[in-house]
Design a protein around this ligand. Structure first.
Ligand SMILES: NC(=O)c1ccc[n+]([C@@H]2O[C@H](COP(=O)([O-])OP(=O)(O)OC[C@H]3O[C@@H](n4cnc5c(N)ncnc54)[C@H](OP(=O)(O)O)[C@@H]3O)[C@@H](O)[C@H]2O)c1
Length: 249
């Protein structure tokens, strides 16, 4: 099995930290050129660019709030002018604003839906224009185990992540005849900044729900993204694949 991604041009949204940073580095290690999108953390994005460049590939960072269609369009223009096109899109950018529903205001709802779900529409729409023309492309959307079974205090986040699943299955059907695959990765509890500030008691309870008994590492999600982007996954589309230590089965 050849997992080489040599010559592939990959955009990873939220590529500056956590799972996204690990996806950027894993893609670069397999020979892909990488576009590292970030919201505000320029230093972290630059570190990822430097790590990718060490693998001998081309890598750049682009600041863009992916919830804003105008900024996404500008980012794609830059990608086309610098890379001449795109082969893989990984929609990974995401945030949480956890609160019980009665304490969740409209801003908490709208910010999470815009960042986690509208961003996927924005980036997929721009990428689809390229992929349909070239009759090839892979889209990998990062959902969550919480999008599959819900979670107390995460109604906004769960809705955004469940929305990604419905959106991706519809898009997989729309784009299949153009040789474009759309798949979803649903991570469980992965050690990143996002899960870092959870109280110890909450994490201990969470770990009890993981059959493998430990949190996941960002690389364990990245490895599946590499496989889904490779030619080995050409016959896989419209699927939701969990990387969660058995949490959801
Ligand atoms: N960690 C987990 O346990 C877990 C589990 C299931 C699913 N996920 C999902 O996996 C993805 C990555 O999570 P993570 O844990 O790696 O998160 P993280 O460490 O908090 O990193 C989030 C990334 O998203 C970027 N970002 C946030 N808002 C953005 C915006 N509006 N536009 C562009 N980029 C934006 C951040 O950029 P800056 O660095 O510039 O802020 C950062 O690169 C998310 O979609 C998350 O929901 C995570």
């Amino acid at each position: 099995m050849d997992l080489s991604l040599k010559g592939k041009r990959v955009l990873v949204t939220g590529g500056s930290r956590g799972i996204g940073a690990s996806i950027c580095k894993s893609f670069a290690a397999m020979g892909a050129d990488v576009i590292v999108n970030f919201a505000s953390n320029q230093k972290a994005a630059e570190k990822v660019v430097q790590a990718a460049t060490k693998e001998g590939v081309k890598a750049i960072k682009i600041q863009a709030d992916v919830s804003d269609y105008k900024q996404v369009r500008k980012m794609f223009k830059k990608i086309i002018s610098e890379f001449g096109g795109l082969d893989v899109l990984v929609n990974n950018a995401g945030i949480t604003r956890d609160k019980l529903l009665l304490r969740m205001n409209s801003e908490d709802w709208e910010k999470v839906i815009a960042t986690n779900l509208t961003s996927v529409y924005n980036c997929c729409r721009e990428a689809a224009k390229i992929f349909v023309k070239q009759r090839s492309g892979k889209i990998i959307n990062i959902s969550s185990v919480v999008g599959l079974h819900g979670n107390m205090g995460q109604a906004n986040y769960s809705a955004s992540k469940a929305g990604i699943i419905g959106f991706s299955k519809s898009l997989a059907k729309e784009l299949a005849s153009r040789n474009v695959a759309v798949n979803v990765i649903a991570p469980g509890f992965i050690e990143t900044d996002m899960t870092d500030d959870l109280p110890e008691k909450a994490t201990a309870t969470l770990f009890k729900q993981i059959p493998l008994g430990r949190p996941g590492k960002p690389e364990e999600v990245a490895h599946l993204a590499v496989f889904l982007a490779s030619n080995n996954a050409d016959y896989i589309t419209g699927q939701v694949i969990s990387v969660d230590g058995g949490m959801f089965m």
